[in-house]
Each structure stands twice: as C-alpha cells, then as structure tokens.
Design a protein around this ligand. Structure first.
Ligand code: ZN
Length: 253
C-alpha cells in the first residue's frame, strides 16, 4: 500500500494544501470505520440488520416509536463506545495549526469534536442534542444514555410527546444553519479534502463540485470507488487513518 504512487499523491495533496489560503474538509462514514463504527451501508453495517425506512424516518418515529428507540439505543451504544482515530486527530491538528478552516461531516458520531476539532458542521445533526417532537423541549443527552429498554420510547415529561435526537432522518431536510455554513465554507475554500464519503448523498456531495467549479482543488481520500473520481485532482485510495496523519505531517513540516 505504501508505495511510490502513494508518496507522490501525498506530495501533490500537501502542495495543494500548503498553497491554499482556505481549506475545508468534508468527511463521511469512512473516517470513523477505524473507530469501530462500520459504514451503515456496508456489509456488517446497520442497514444490513435494520430497514432504514422502518427505523430512521420521522414517520417511523411517529408510528413505531418503541422500535425506533430500540434502534437508537443500539446506535448510541456503538457511538459512545467509539474513540477518535488518527484521521480525526490529524484534521484537528491541521485546524489548530491554522491550515484547516472547518470540518463538514455527514457523521453523527461526534468524533471530530472528541478529537479536538472546534469548527465542525454536523451536516446530518448529532447525538448530543435531543428534543421533544410535541413541544420542542430540549432533553438532556446524558439521560438518553440511561434509558432502560422497558422505558422506551423516551417520552417528554412535560407533554408526553416522543423525544428524538437532533439528527436528520431519511426524507428530512438538512438544517438551514448547517446548509448555510457549509455553503459559505465551500465558497471560501481554495481546496476541499473529501474523506471517506461515497458522494451519493445530496446535498453534501455538491460541495466539492462547487469548490471545483470556482477553480479550487479537490483532494479525495477513499478506499472505495466514489462519485468524486472525476472531480478529484488528487485521489488517494488508502485508509484515512493512515493518509491524513501523513498528509498533516507534510503540510505542517
Ligand atoms: Zn414535550
């Protein structure tokens, strides 16, 4: 894996980042695989055992809240057991050194923040905020971790409505502030580093194309084939937890 082609691609990517005045990162499931969170869509991922339409839509939450909450408990347990890996830490290091303006992530696992990234746009929301679907009351995220199976679904003590995480379910719109912030970042970026995302989910997949359309550079790090093959100036087909630390070393040396 660590061959001359990879070294050369890393050098070219590092050159792009060094010359850029504003760099953003867009991350997807691939960045957290080494942290023990399998891509939901991959073999062994959550969608192999659960039908997303039955557990990850607002309609399912209204109709079968107990079933959706049993699923959410499984997701919470998996996410809470995960720790950031060297890919997350490398992005935090680039930000701290002033070489990365922000991370736009499609992940809901909070691992970028846990690694020390400060400017994180959670495109699909996160599991650190819960609110009642009935009255909107915010609920303590720590309490979500202490729910007993017999107490599901989680109901609001004020109105009896179902409490839900602030994540974007299938069929729901991206929060306006996440859309606005990521759009501004893409407008300002000379270079975008795209890590571990298939590029199949809109509108996040439009951001690299926006940077490219304005003459900016796109660096892609992905073991898998993705929709960005034709867009990326540099493509590195190696694991993010290997590539990003090596890239940060080169950019910051
Ligand atoms: Zn309520």
């Amino acid at each position: 894996m660590w061959d001359r082609g990879l070294e050369e691609a890393l050098d070219r990517a590092a050159g792009l980042l060094r010359r850029a005045s504003s760099v953003a990162a867009l991350t997807g499931a691939g960045v957290s695989v080494a942290s023990g969170i399998p891509d939901f869509r991959s073999p062994g991922g959550l969608w192999e055992r659960h039908d997303p339409m039955a557990v990850a839509t607002a309609e399912a939450l209204s109709r079968h809240p107990g079933r959706v909450w049993a699923f959410l408990r499984e997701v919470l347990a998996m996410v809470d057991a995960a720790r950031p890996n060297p890919a997350h830490f490398a992005l935090a290091r680039l930000e701290a050194a002033g070489k990365l303006s922000a991370v736009i992530t499609q992940n809901i696992d909070g691992l970028h923040q846990a690694a020390g990234s400060r400017n994180v746009v959670e495109f699909h929301g996160g599991l650190s905020r819960f609110y009642c679907m009935g009255c909107g009351l915010e609920h303590d995220a720590a309490a979500a971790r202490q729910l007993l199976p017999g107490a599901l679904p989680w109901r609001c003590e004020a109105c009896g409505g179902v409490v839900r995480p602030d994540i974007v379910f299938f069929g729901e719109a991206i929060a306006l502030d996440a859309l606005g912030k990521s759009g501004q970042l893409a407008l300002a970026a000379d270079v975008i580093v795209v890590v571990g995302t298939s590029g199949e989910v809109a509108p996040a997949n439009l951001l690299p194309r926006e940077v490219k359309a304005r003459g900016g550079g796109v660096v892609e790090i992905n073991l898998m084939e993705s929709a960005f093959r034709g867009v990326a100036d540099v493509h590195i087909a190696a694991p993010a937890e290997v590539v990003l630390p090596a890239l940060a070393d080169r950019v910051l040396s």
